[in-house]
Every structure is written in structure tokens, then in C-alpha cells.
Design a protein around this ligand. Structure first.
Ligand code: HEC
Ligand code: HEC
Ligand code: HEC
Ligand code: HEC
Ligand code: HEC
Length: 241
């Protein structure tokens, strides 16, 4: 029997399904985007069992983030320090400070201090710290000036649009790899001649960067992006695996 419908019509049901899914996702995304309270979470500062002052420990005492968040360079998840890390100092320092009482109790009982989480990505999003901090993205860009916070609050929305904004234009944020943990770094701190000696400059620029007085974020970012071949994923599977 001759085929009554032309061959391409076999694909119609599939096309309809695909369209419905795409439109459905778009609507869901839009509703989520505009309607969920996540987008008002910036500024969120829960009451912690101990009001842990990052400003005292990082800026005044000069501690590195990795002293406490020791997995941030090597693992997907960063970590919050255990009580033993605090007790390296606090068996001696500020022993009787009432703010440290929950830490003292945890030390005696062996139960961890119950810190309240701030940043949490949802299950269907894949995120990895080491993939970012080893590629010239600073804690500052995603968590704000934690080194000046007396108690941490949420500084960036961590929404999909926010992730994508950087994945499309990483040059706006890339910095030299030895400045990732320096949250006070500014593009003006870069010495052009030293920078060019270490990282070069983009092949398609005529101007000699080494002779400039100052480099802009765009110039620094473009150089590092080419040098390190930075290509963050912008396809859906990149983050939704
Ligand atoms: C002496 C230990 C210590 C050092 C050093 C330290 N932190 Fe923390 N950090 C903590 C503790 C404890 C918490 C959990 C309590 C809280 O959220 O206030 C925390 C929480 C955080 C959080 C919030 C995590 C979440 O989602 O709940 C961020 C972000 C953070 N730290 C970033 C940094 C950065 C960036 C640096 C370096 C500039 C740094 N920390 C240095 C101990 C430390
Ligand atoms: C490298 C040593 C060191 C480590 C590790 C350390 N601290 Fe401290 N901490 C200090 C010093 C020094 C002070 C300042 C003491 C003072 O001013 O009397 C301090 C002060 C504090 C204070 C009092 C702040 C205030 O306003 O009175 C708290 C609370 C505190 N630390 C919590 C923690 C917690 C929680 C940890 C573990 C996550 C930790 N510290 C790890 C050295 C350390
Ligand atoms: C590209 C953005 C980005 C950068 C850069 C970044 N973070 Fe995060 N951070 C996140 C996201 C997203 C989460 C939530 C992760 C999750 O839910 O698994 C998070 C969570 C955390 C947490 C809570 C524990 C965890 O892993 O869930 C800590 C602590 C933390 N970050 C510390 C740091 C420190 C310290 C640095 C710098 C060395 C840093 N982050 C750099 C995006 C970033
Ligand atoms: C400020 C810039 C910036 C932000 C914000 C950012 N990223 Fe990235 N992302 C990068 C860079 C740079 C890379 C590394 C690309 C490379 O290595 O070529 C990367 C790589 C990745 C990768 C691939 C790494 C791997 O292990 O395969 C994933 C997945 C990813 N990012 C997810 C996220 C998610 C999810 C968010 C938001 C919660 C986010 N990123 C926010 C800059 C950023
Ligand atoms: C750079 C990482 C990244 C890429 C690429 C990405 N997403 Fe997402 N997506 C996220 C994050 C992070 C969230 C969670 C946002 C939140 O919790 O506020 C999310 C959430 C979603 C949601 C839930 C609705 C929402 O906005 O919370 C949908 C639907 C979605 N993504 C679809 C897609 C589709 C379709 C693509 C491909 C066009 C895509 N995503 C590409 C990071 C990404």
C-alpha cells in the first residue's frame, strides 16, 4: 500500500513534544525567575551559633581562606572547619569569651558546631569549586568581601542568569592565579611589565601592554582568557548533568 502521509509527517508528534517541552521549560524558568524568594536572598544573614568574625581572622590576623576552607582548591565542595581547627588557637586565645562557648561545648562533647548554611545550589545543578578557583576566579566574585564581614551574609544571587553572565564573559572577572585568595585585589594593583612577562598579551592587540601605566580588567581578563584557553560551559548539560 502506498504511504498516504509523506515521510516527514512521522516527525510531527516528536516536534510537537519538543515544542511543548521547550515552552514548558521557558514558562517554568520565567516563573521561578521572577516568583521565587531566592532572588531576594542577597543580604540573608542567619543567626549563627557563634558569630564568627571573618574580618578579625582574615584581615586583622592575616589568615588564609584555605586554613579553614581547606578543600576549596581540590574538591567540588568547599568545607566549613571543624572544631579542632578553631581549637588550634582557642585552647589559648579568648578561652573565656562567652561567644566561644558553643565551640568549647562542641570540643567537650565531640558534636560539631551547627553552623547555618548560606549558599546552597539545588540538586539538579552541578557546581565545582576547584574548577573555578584554579582558573582565576576569586572567592570575592562569588561571595563578596567576606574578609571585611563581621558575620557572613549572602552577597551574590547565585541564580542561573548570574552564573551565565560570567560564563559568557569570563574576561570581566578573571584575575592572576596568585590573587584568587586576595579579596582586596584590584586591576590597578597589576604592574603591566611584570604581568606581560608572566602571561603575555592577546595576539590581536597592537598596543604594547607592558608600556602602559595601568591595565584595565578587560585587558587583564582577555589576556588570561586566551592564555589559559578559558571556555566555561554555556550549554544546558554543562551545569545540569
Ligand atoms: C578561622 C577559620 C576561617 C577562615 C580563615 C575563613 N573562614 Fe569562611 N567560614 C568559617 C566558618 C566557621 C564558617 C561558618 C560560619 C558562618 O557562616 O559564619 C565560614 C563560612 C564561610 C562562608 C559561608 C558558607 C555557607 O554557605 O554557609 C563563606 C562564603 C566563607 N566562609 C568564605 C571565606 C573566605 C572567602 C575566606 C578567606 C578570605 C574565609 N572564609 C576564611 C571559618 C573561616
Ligand atoms: C590562628 C588562630 C585562630 C584560629 C584558628 C581561630 N581563631 Fe578565633 N580568634 C583568634 C584571635 C587571635 C582572636 C582575637 C582575640 C581577642 O581579640 O581577644 C579571635 C577571636 C575570636 C572570636 C571573638 C570575637 C569577638 O568579637 O570577641 C570568636 C567568636 C572566634 N575567634 C571564633 C573562632 C572560631 C569559631 C574558629 C574556628 C572556625 C576560630 N575562631 C579559629 C585566633 C584564632
Ligand atoms: C564561581 C563562583 C564561586 C567561587 C569563585 C567561589 N565560590 Fe564558594 N560557593 C559557590 C557556590 C555556587 C556555592 C554553593 C555550592 C553548593 O551548594 O554545592 C558555594 C559554597 C561555598 C561554601 C559552603 C560550603 C559548600 O561548598 O557548599 C563555602 C565555605 C565557600 N563557598 C567558600 C569559598 C571560598 C573560600 C572561595 C575562594 C577560595 C570560594 N568559595 C569561591 C560559588 C563560588
Ligand atoms: C565569575 C565567573 C563565574 C561564575 C559566576 C560562575 N562560573 Fe562556572 N566557570 C567559570 C570559569 C572561568 C570556568 C572554567 C572554564 C575553563 O576551565 O575553561 C567555569 C567552569 C564551570 C564548569 C565546568 C567545570 C567542570 O568541572 O567541568 C561548571 C559546571 C560551572 N562552571 C558551573 C557554574 C555554576 C553552576 C555557576 C553558578 C552557580 C557558575 N559556574 C558560576 C566562571 C564562572
Ligand atoms: C552556568 C550554569 C548553567 C547553565 C549553562 C544552565 N543552567 Fe539552568 N540553572 C543553573 C542554576 C545555578 C540554576 C538554579 C537557580 C537557582 O537556584 O536560583 C538553574 C536552574 C534552572 C531551571 C529551574 C528554574 C530556575 O531558573 O531556577 C531550569 C528550568 C533550567 N535551569 C534550565 C536550563 C536550560 C534549558 C539550560 C540551557 C539553555 C540551562 N538551564 C543552562 C545553572 C545553569
Amino acid at each position: 500500500m502506498a504511504n498516504f502521509f509523506p515521510r516527514w509527517t512521522n516527525w510531527i508528534p516528536l516536534k510537537v513534544i519538543v515544542c511543548v517541552i521547550v515552552i514548558g521549560c521557558g514558562l517554568t524558568a520565567a516563573t521561578w525567575y521572577y516568583a521565587t524568594p531566592k532572588y531576594t536572598k542577597v543580604g540573608y544573614q542567619p543567626i549563627q551559633p557563634v558569630p564568627f568574625p571573618h574580618d578579625i581572622h582574615v584581615t586583622q590576623l592575616g589568615m588564609d581562606c584555605r586554613y579553614c576552607h581547606s578543600f576549596v582548591e581540590v574538591a567540588a565542595q568547599s568545607n566549613v572547619p571543624n572544631t579542632a581547627t578553631c581549637m588550634n588557637c582557642h585552647t589559648q586565645v579568648a578561652k573565656d569569651n562567652p561567644k566561644l562557648q558553643p565551640v568549647q561545648e562542641s570540643w567537650k562533647s565531640g558534636e560539631p558546631v551547627e553552623w547555618v548554611w548560606l549558599y546552597r545550589t539545588v540538586d539538579y545543578v552541578y557546581y565545582n569549586h576547584s574548577a573555578h578557583v584554579n582558573r582565576g576566579i576569586s572567592c570575592f566574585t562569588c561571595h563578596g568581601p567576606v574578609n571585611h564581614m563581621s558575620v557572613v551574609h549572602i552577597a551574590q544571587p547565585h541564580s542561573m542568569a548570574w552564573c551565565l553572565d560570567c560564563h559568557r564573559h569570563p574576561e570581566n572577572y578573571l584575575r592572576p592565579d596568585d590573587q584568587v585568595f586576595n579579596l582586596d585585589w584590584k586591576p590597578e594593583d597589576v604592574k603591566p611589565a611584570e604581568f606581560v612577562a608572566k602571561y603575555g598579551q592577546p595576539g590581536d592587540t597592537r598596543e604594547d601592554f607592558a608600556k602602559k601605566k595601568q591595565l584595565t580588567q578587560a585587558e587583564i581578563g582577555q589576556t588570561l582568557k586566551q592564555r589559559w584557553k578559558i571556555t566555561p560551559p554555556t550549554n544546558c548539560q554543562g551545569c545540569h548533568r
